[in-house]
Write a protein of this length. Structure first.
Length: 338
């Protein structure tokens, strides 16, 4: 009877800990979203000039006043922000205004046009960078301080020092201009032709992956070297297990936590951070839309796009936090003891 009561209390305590962890994750997500979007609101409102005149340079005073009312520029920053937040949570992202009309285009429609291609390029980039960096890092850790490790480390350091746009221009010149293997600019939807689609995203993916491969390889190599010195790896080796089995089965999983964190952060940054690459290859993606919103002071566009990037950051990191315990059981044991 006593044992059953103790077990029930332990189960209840475990459920309470899980609920507490979920509540903490949700609170952090809401706090990050609030700080990011409200901070953007303050920064944009502090910019000099009248956004209504910037958006409608040839408009009449009546049109300017109407646009100020629509944008909420006559309200104080707190009233304006919480009005926008309420609309955003309902899926109303506002309108993107042009110099020729005060009606504007729905931001949700513009996002629907550009986000899928940016998401695809982001996923391709992350998959390709991981497929390349993981085996290289494992080989470097296995042959730590050897010739292969030293040469590869120097190469990765050199690659990480080259900006993405420089790599993009080099790849474009070699593979699009000289050898004509891939198209230089433009995007082909997957529905039109899968092979042409892959060709159209190849150079942008290679350009974005170069820096990620260098960073992820060095991170995983460092963690793998530390893991290979652990007692459980020595025990596995004493049992006569092959080096390949030890590397991939026993050493790789506990060494991949830092890699997963880096991948989650990069997934979020790739959504809005590939602006120059999208401009070079004329992809017309999410990053280019965000840049256009900043240049033309599209209040609603800036806030909605930044909010989406923030949501993706939080989402990817929450997913990675969930997989920590799956990849390394020691994380689950540590949380259970907390």
């Amino acid at each position: 009877m006593s044992g059953g009561t103790t077990s029930s209390r332990a189960t209840t305590a475990q459920r309470l800990r899980k609920a507490k962890n979920i509540a903490l994750i949700v609170f952090k997500a809401v706090l990050v979203l609030f700080l990011a979007t409200f901070g953007v609101t303050l920064l944009v409102r502090l910019l000099p000039g009248d956004p209504a005149i910037t958006l409608l340079p040839y408009g009449t005073p009546e049109q300017h006043e109407s646009l100020r009312q629509t944008l909420g520029l006559n309200d104080n920053v707190f009233v304006y922000y919480f009005k926008w937040l309420g609309n955003f949570l309902q899926g109303d992202f506002g309108y993107f205004y042009s110099a020729n009309t005060s009606e504007g285009a729905q931001i949700s429609t513009l996002i629907g046009n550009v986000l899928p291609r940016s998401m695809l390029i982001m996923v391709y980039t992350m998959i390709f960078s991981l497929l390349v960096s993981i085996p290289i890092a494992v080989a470097m850790a296995y042959k730590a301080d050897g010739r292969f490790d030293r040469i590869t480390s120097n190469v990765m350091f050199a690659i990480s020092s080259i900006p993405n746009f420089a790599i993009a221009l080099i790849l474009m010149y070699l593979f699009a201009v000289q050898f004509e293997i891939f198209p230089a600019v433009g995007y082909t939807p997957m529905a039109d032709s899968f092979s042409e689609h892959l060709k159209s995203v190849a150079l942008p993916v290679f350009s974005l992956s170069a820096g990620l491969i260098a960073t992820q390889t060095r991170l995983l190599r460092t963690d793998m070297i530390a893991t290979l010195k652990e007692d459980f790896v020595t025990m596995a080796s004493s049992k006569g297990l092959t080096d390949r089995y030890i590397l991939w089965r026993h050493a790789f999983r506990p060494s991949s936590l830092t890699l997963m964190t880096s991948a989650a952060l990069n997934m979020g940054s790739l959504i809005g951070g590939a602006v120059i690459i999208e401009s070079i290859f004329a992809l017309d993606g999410f990053g280019l839309l965000l840049t256009t919103s900043l240049n033309s002071r599209q209040y609603l566009g800036i806030q909605s796009l930044v909010a989406l990037v923030t949501v993706f950051y939080v989402l990817f990191n929450a997913i990675v936090d969930t997989f920590y315990a799956v990849v390394d059981p020691r994380v689950r044991s540590h949380r259970g003891a907390a």
